[in-house]
Structures are given as C-alpha cells and as structure tokens.
Design a binder for this molecule. Structure first.
Ligand code: SF4
Ligand code: SF4
Length: 425
C-alpha cells in the first residue's frame, strides 16, 4: 500500500496498526479462498482488483467525489433506496461488516447474544478500521429486526451523523403508507444534506442507473442456470457483495463483461466444476464481505452454489423499479412498489419468501437448499424451521445451518455439509 493511502486512512481517523492487521487477515483469506479456485472466468480479475483496493482506490474515489460537493451515505440494509441518494447527488455504500473485530470492546456495549452482523458493525466502528464508515456524511440505520433497532440507539452515541428510518413489519396498506412516508422523509433528509432538490428528471436518471446494475446481476444469475455452472457461487457472491460499494456504472459494465465471457462458456459447456456436480441454493441471512466461510465450505465439499436467496443476492436485487413515469410522484410510487416487495424475515407473515425459494430451486435446478442462519438472528432462525419443513414436504432436501463469523466450527460444518451433499448425489 502506498504512503498516500496511509495518510488518507490517518486523516479519516483510522487506527493504522489495527487496520494493517485487518488488511493482512483479509488479504490472506482472499488468497486462500478466492485465488485458490480453479477455472475462474478471466473477468473476475476486475473483482480481484476491487478487493485488493477495497480500502484504497475506492476510498480515494469517494473522497475525491466529496471534494466536488457530493455526499456519501453509509447503509446497512437493502431497504434504503439507492435511487433517492443518487438523485440527490450522493453516493451510497453498504457498511454491513462480515468479520469479527474488537469483540471485547463490542461486548461492553452489546449483549453477547447479538448476531455477528450487528456486532461486526460495532467492532468496525470501535476498532476504527472501516474507512467507508468514517467517510460517510450520513449513516442510515433502519428499524428492521429488534437487534438492529436497539443497537442503533447505542450506535447513535458513537457517531454524530446517524439517521434512522422506520420500516413496516406487515405487508398491509398501513405498512405501505409507512414506507411511503419514510421514503419521503428520507428524500427530504438527502436534499437537506446535499442542497440538491430531487425532481422527476433526476430521480428517473437515478432509477435507470440502479436498474442497470440490477439487470447486470440478473443476467449473471440467469447464466448460473446452466450445467456445468460457468461461475462459482463464491465468485457470484463476490459480485453481489461488491454491488454495494462500487461505482454503479463501472460495476454494471464489469458484470456485463463477465456475462459476455460466461455466455461463451455456457455455449462451449465449460464450467467451474464438472457437469452433474450437485447444485445448492443458499437461503437466509445476508453474507457481507468478507463472510465467505459457508460458501467456501460448500464449494470445497463437492457441490456448486447456483443461487443466493439473500439480501446479498436475489432478495436484494430481484425486481426493477418501473421507470416509465415522469413525475416525481409517479417515480416515488414506483420506488415504494419495488422495495415493498422485499421479503425480509422481519415481516410477519412472510409467505412470499418461501414462494421465492421454491421458484429459485426450480429456475436454478438446485438439488438442495442450505438455509444459512446467523446465531442469535431471531427472524431468520425462526423462519428457517417452517421454511425447511415446507421444502422437505415438497421433496426439496434442506439443511439448516446456524453459525457465526468464527472459524472454530469449520470442521463440524464441513462434516455436516459433506454428508448433505453425499445424500444429493
Ligand atoms: S435481512 Fe432484512 S434487515 Fe437485513 S439487510 Fe435484508 S432486508 Fe435489511
Ligand atoms: S442477521 Fe438477523 S439479527 Fe442480524 S441484523 Fe440481520 S435480521 Fe437482524
């Protein structure tokens, strides 16, 4: 890393020693998990580069944008509409952290039995190792699960720029009305932050940018229907993770370029694993960077992951915003319609999720489902039981996994995953 980056990190208030340690672990992890894969598409070099510069070049770009007056909005959930941020001359980045850090400090603030995702959010703040968080002009929390809702109260005392958005819990007319008023309030908060008035034309343009990003991911997903699968689940997950913080246009172009390559692979029946390799659909909690543990276990145990029913995956990217309207009101309604379909387990009841898992099993010709629940995540762990039962009733083999970010259970998980995959053969 250049000296230039070091002074940038220092100016952002990072703890350079702790940050070096984090980058060291991340680099090794990436080497062992990603670069060790065989038959990767050449286009993945772009994502290798993005990852090698994750705290370098991209942060430099964001700081350069800020110098021109743009604002950076940090978020933790797919319910925060990127379209509104973009229309207000702001860049949105995902802050969801996927690794344990400064756990001793975290457990002074949060109970031990808090999910790893929330703990990680606090660890990255307390350990002073996340340049995205420190570069954000506004950090958006959302009232989704109880853990996050209460944790944001504590996060508010650690950061000065927290904005909390309320999110409905039921898919009712009242629920939609709440989302509508909260998206309007968010629009006003963005306008106040940036000094830019969001009109129909600006919003339409932003919708097109985000839709294009989603379309590229849809194209990638469709190519994974092929047997042999032209790309590994790990690489596809990485694309879904980078979705949250890369420059949107560049991301779209890079994913489309990979898809051009994958189309040729599919034509030539060239895959990352041989044809007939057992195919797995992952379903459950979001996997934020660098949470690659379970996919790595699955794909080194004789199976290939062909889809992710997850917020870092199809739950987050499914459905485009209808961009046919022109007025601000029409486009805001279209945004609300699109996001109100997200079937997060915080909703009760949440029947669409099971429907989507089944649709995905069929579309991606999955032989089985692995339900991934983070320890202490009540919404997904509770929902996992009826979801797994319903899938089993429909003769879709399902394995329920509950884990965290630690590596202590890797051996035990591998044994269970291998037995499951053996059963699918
Ligand atoms: S799982 Fe729910 S709370 Fe978490 S990112 Fe997705 S929509 Fe948001
Ligand atoms: S993984 Fe579960 S408990 Fe953790 S933030 Fe997401 S919904 Fe909440």
């Amino acid at each position: 890393m250049s000296e230039d980056y070091r002074s940038m990190w220092q100016n952002l208030g990072l703890d350079l020693v702790a940050h070096d340690a984090l980058l060291g672990v991340l680099g090794k992890f990436y080497q062992d998990i990603y670069l060790a894969q065989k038959n990767r598409p050449a286009g993945m070099q772009y994502f290798d580069f993005v990852m090698s510069e994750v705290h370098g070049l991209r942060i430099r770009e964001l700081l350069d944008e800020k110098k021109t007056g743009r604002k950076v909005i940090g978020t933790y959930c797919v319910f925060v509409p990127e379209e509104i941020a973009l229309a207000g001359n702001a860049t949105m980045v995902g802050l969801c952290a996927g690794a344990d850090f400064a756990m001793e400090e975290v457990e002074k603030i949060l109970p031990r039995n808090t999910c790893a995702l929330i703990k990680s959010t606090f660890g990255f703040k307390l350990g002073k190792v996340c340049p995205y968080l420190e570069a954000s002009d506004m950090i958006v929390g959302e009232n989704t699960c109880d853990g996050k809702k209460k944790a944001y109260e504590s996060l508010g005392s650690l950061v000065s720029n927290l904005y909390v958005m309320d999110i409905p819990q039921m898919k009712s007319a009242q629920g939609r009305a709440l989302l509508k008023s909260e998206y309007r309030r968010f629009k006003e908060a963005i306008e106040k932050l940036t000094g830019v008035t969001i009109d129909g034309a600006r919003l339409k343009q932003a919708i097109e940018i985000v839709n294009n990003k989603r379309k590229a991911i849809h194209r990638l997903s469709k190519l994974r229907q092929a047997d042999p699968a032209p790309i590994s689940g790990l690489d596809a997950l990485l694309a879904n993770q980078v979705f949250f913080y890369d420059n949107p246009q560049r991301f779209t172009d890079s994913v489309n370029k990979i898809c051009d390559e994958l189309e040729k692979r599919v034509e030539q029946k060239q895959g990352v694993f041989p044809a007939g390799t057992p195919r797995i659909l992952m379903s459950g909690c979001p996997m934020a960077v660098p949470n690659w543990k379970l996919p790595w276990i699955v794909e080194t145990s004789g199976a290939v992951i062909v889809g992710e029913e997850s917020c870092v995956g199809e739950r987050g990217t499914r459905n485009l915003v209808n961009a046919s309207g022109n007025t601000l009101d029409e486009l805001m309604e279209a945004i609300i319609d699109r996001y109100f379909q997200v079937d997060c387990a915080i909703f009760t009841p949440n029947p669409d999720r099971l429907k989507h898992v089944e649709e995905m099993v069929k579309a991606y010709k999955a032989d089985g489902v692995i339900h991934y629940g983070l320890q202490f995540c009540q919404p997904y762990l509770m929902e996992a039981i009826p979801v797994a039962k319903a899938l089993e009733d429909r003769n879709i083999p399902t394995l329920r996994i509950e884990t965290d970010y630690g590596m202590e259970d890797v051996g035990q998980l591998k044994t269970r995953v291998e037995a499951f995959i053996e059963m699918l053969k």
